[in-house]
Ligand binder design. Structure first.
Ligand SMILES: [Zn+2]
Ligand SMILES: [Zn+2]
Length: 239
């Protein structure tokens, strides 16, 4: 089978051995931080980047992260032409608002112009490319390397959000016989780890009862946080 994605062997091997609740979450948080740095770094001066920022832009969530990340000068440069383009697109709306006719139509036009401006996201796109490569590499290595398979089975598994993507990528990374074996192994791994987390939640709830206050936490003091992120994941792309 031809390899459709560039393999990310080193980060995936490091991740699977990290005893994280989902190492894809960790890698995606890193990817987000890298991309925020990229768009506020020297790339701001690159004409090609500026053109992409003006046409595709960023989703509202990543725009907020960019402006909050403490690089006022870069952000000003990045946003100057973005704002200019946006104003060009809504110029017609302002004319209509000044001489109101059919305001429902004006509103629809404004809505379309603003949502079009927020539709794409360069950061989400670049994160998605990395996510595909990581989630392809997992089933690929599982199919090639027995040592990886052993470590995979002993790991804490993945959040449900990323589990879905890993299963999706396994259809591209493995032949149909191995796809089925991988699916079984992934289900087994995930169910075992969800049982563990469910048990931790129960322990936490019991621990909050007054009669159990003096008992040890047994590592369950953050069970609610782990349970939430095991379900929804971290470092998710938004668009
Ligand atoms: Zn995850
Ligand atoms: Zn985004």
């Amino acid at each position: 089978m031809a390899i459709k994605y560039q393999l990310e062997t080193i980060p995936v091997w490091d991740g699977i051995q990290s005893s994280s609740e989902c190492f894809i979450c960790d890698l995606m948080q890193e990817a987000q931080a890298d991309n925020l740095r990229f768009f506020l770094g020297s790339s701001v001066m690159n004409p090609e980047t500026r053109v992409k920022v003006n046409s595709t832009g960023f989703c509202p969530e990543h725009t907020a992260m960019l402006v909050e990340s403490g690089h006022p000068n870069s952000m000003a440069v990045l946003w100057e032409t973005h704002l200019e383009r946006t104003r060009e697109r809504i110029a017609k709306t302002f004319k209509e608002m000044e001489k109101p006719g059919n305001l429902k139509k004006t509103l629809a036009g404004l809505d379309a112009a603003l949502s079009e401006r927020e539709q794409g996201c360069l950061i989400c796109q670049r994160m998605k490319d990395r996510l595909d490569r990581y989630c392809f590499t997992i089933p690929y290595l599982w199919g090639q390397d027995l040592e990886f398979r052993k470590v995979f089975e002993k790991s804490k598994g993945f959040c449900l959000h990323h589990m879905e993507h890993i299963l999706r990528m396994s259809l591209e990374a493995l032949d149909s016989k191995k796809q089925k074996e991988f699916s079984q192994s992934l289900a087994d791994l995930q169910m075992r780890n969800l049982d563990r987390i469910a048990g931790d939640l129960v322990y936490m709830i019991e621990h909050y009862k007054s009669e159990n206050r003096d008992k040890p936490w047994n590592g369950c003091e953050d069970a609610q946080v782990r349970a939430v992120y095991k379900e929804i994941g971290k470092g998710r792309t938004i668009r």
